[in-house]
Design a protein around this ligand. Structure first.
Ligand code: F6R
Length: 243
């Protein structure tokens, strides 16, 4: 294990507070910072805490820019299960971030190559991601970078694995409604972030978390590449704590 800083929280609510401290510190130091955001269940306590802190006047999102990790292929911004919709409902609609300062890959893109290249370019124009938030899948995926024989570089299209489709079916009416493909920042995009905060809760993530930071770096466990990043903070609750 190299470089990772581990913070243990008693429960998901405390995880949310510890992660919010990282965002608060970043936004106070750099009000126009670029944050990378994730969807899924794990960040929800963090998003609730960020909304509360802005209401209390502790954080100001009005100059912050944000880039999301991923989006389902084929789902438009108004689709109830799209990640754009998730971000609007769980964060953006409740904070002062400007709509034009939030980007999510376009699930309806016809020219996929062009959309992915433009996504990378926008992040670069903004000066790169200052603070990237990550969750982790049970197979070690980050964003939608699934186990592979290599670490994929930049924003690209992926086919989702059965494990991920199965894990995400809880958000859909049936498993058949879960899209089979998605667009995601690549491992290269994620590794280019200056600072990374990974949030993990629940006993079901304990084993993959152990493999990620205490096992070999292996593209079959995509998140294990984080061992090579210079500034990773892992915030997990006691149930997920891998040691
Ligand atoms: C979502 C994302 C995914 C999730 C992962 C864990 O934007 O990037 O990698 O972080 O699937 O999801 P939850 O938190 O729902 O267990």
């Amino acid at each position: 294990m190299i470089h990772v800083r581990v913070m243990k929280a008693k429960n998901p609510e405390e995880m949310g507070k510890l992660a919010a401290d990282q965002f608060e510190a970043m936004i106070q130091t750099k009000p126009a910072c670029v944050i990378g955001l994730a969807t899924g269940s794990t960040p929800l306590p963090l998003y609730r805490e960020l909304i509360k802190r802005e209401q209390e006047g502790k954080i100001d999102f009005s100059r912050v820019r944000s880039a999301n990790l991923d989006e389902y292929k084929g789902l438009g911004p108004d689709h109830p299960q799209s990640y754009r919709k998730f971000m609007q409902e769980n964060l953006f609609d409740h904070i002062s971030i400007k709509p034009e300062n939030t980007i999510v890959p376009d699930g309806l893109a016809e020219d996929v190559q062009q959309m992915c290249a433009a996504y990378e370019q926008k992040i670069e124009e903004w000066g790169g991601v200052d603070l990237q938030l990550l969750g982790i899948g049970h197979d070690g995926h980050i964003g939608f970078n699934e186990p592979e024989d290599y670490f994929p570089g930049m924003t690209h299209e992926v086919q989702l694995t059965e494990m991920t489709i199965d894990a995400n079916k809880r958000f859909f009416d049936s498993v058949d409604d879960v899209p089979r493909a998605a667009f995601t920042m690549g491992i290269g995009t994620i590794m280019a972030a200056k600072k990374i905060v990974m949030v993990v809760t629940g006993a079901d993530k304990k084993e993959i978390l152990h493999k990620t930071f205490w096992g070999p770096v292996d593209p079959q466990v995509p998140a294990s590449i984080l061992q090579f990043h210079q500034d990773v903070t892992l915030i997990c609750d006691e149930a997920a704590y891998p040691l």
